[in-house]
Design a protein around this ligand. Structure first.
Ligand code: MN
Length: 263
């Protein structure tokens, strides 16, 4: 059976509509922020542009020797990721020793030096073979960790957020564009405390390469411009106390230095 035709004409509809009120200036401008929202950014070496940070992804246990020291089997484990809040970034300019506040609640505050890859574009299900076309550049970063809280939560099968996702927990240096340095897959990565070398490895010792990490991450999340990936730390993580000076070095990138300050 055919549907009944609509009987209302256009003219009768128009007549029924109430007369439109003139919009005020406020209505035309649209909603505004209730308070100033801060955008997290990273500086770029040799550029006036700032890199806006969207998300911070971190891979766990990505150097075999570090996986072993954390009590897991590096040969059988698929990659896993966690996130730090975007505003955990503490920008650390080269040539300076920046004060880094010792965070609350911990008695075992650890350093983890890491190569940070930053994305200029993204997508879902990115194959490793195409992953590097999304990488804008690289920086030196620290995945600072309240180890006692991380392990305590791990043992209780609770999330790692207390151990990893706290304020200032991601000191990061300026970005060097891949256009200048390429895509480092090997080269020295090291960290010293008060002049004594503690961590020392090579980027080629990563279990999952940067392209493989992007492939795996993009299966779980739609990656986007502004995303950071902290690519894992080598072995010999350890604790620092107020007064200690940490210097991080990755071949081809500017050094990153912080001094642990009282909170
Ligand atoms: Mn880490």
């Amino acid at each position: 059976m055919a549907k009944a035709k609509k009987t209302k004409s256009k003219t009768s509809k128009a007549k029924a509509r109430p007369q439109a009120k003139k919009k005020s200036a406020k209505e035309i401008a649209g909603p505004s922020f209730l308070f100033a929202a801060k955008i997290t950014t990273l500086p770029i070496v040799g550029s006036n542009h700032l890199f806006p940070v969207r998300r911070i992804y971190c891979i766990g246990r990505n150097y075999a020797a570090h996986a072993r020291e954390m009590g897991s089997d590096p040969t059988r484990e698929p990659p896993f990721f966690f996130q730090k809040p975007t505003d955990a970034v503490q920008v650390v300019m080269p040539g300076k020793v920046v004060d880094h506040p010792y965070p609350p609640l911990t008695k075992n505050y650890h350093y983890e030096v890491e190569l940070v890859a930053v994305l200029k574009s993204g997508g879902k299900n990115i194959p490793a073979s195409k992953a590097l076309s999304h990488v804008y550049g690289y920086a030196v970063g620290l995945d600072m960790t309240r180890r006692d809280l991380q392990i305590g939560m791990r043992e209780q099968k609770k999330p790692w957020s207390l151990g990893k996702g706290f304020d200032h927990g991601a000191p990061i240096g300026p970005i060097l564009p891949a256009a200048k340095i390429g895509h480092p897959s090997k080269g020295s990565i090291s960290l010293s405390v008060n002049g004594e070398e503690k961590q020392k490895s090579d980027l080629s010792n990563m279990t999952w390469s940067v392209p493989e990490q992007i492939e795996k991450l993009s299966e779980a999340f739609e990656l986007k411009a502004g995303d950071l990936i902290m690519t894992g730390t080598p072995e010999n993580v350890g604790a620092v106390v107020p007064g200690d000076v940490i210097v991080c070095k990755i071949a081809g990138l500017p050094d990153l230095s912080i001094r642990i300050a009282k909170s």
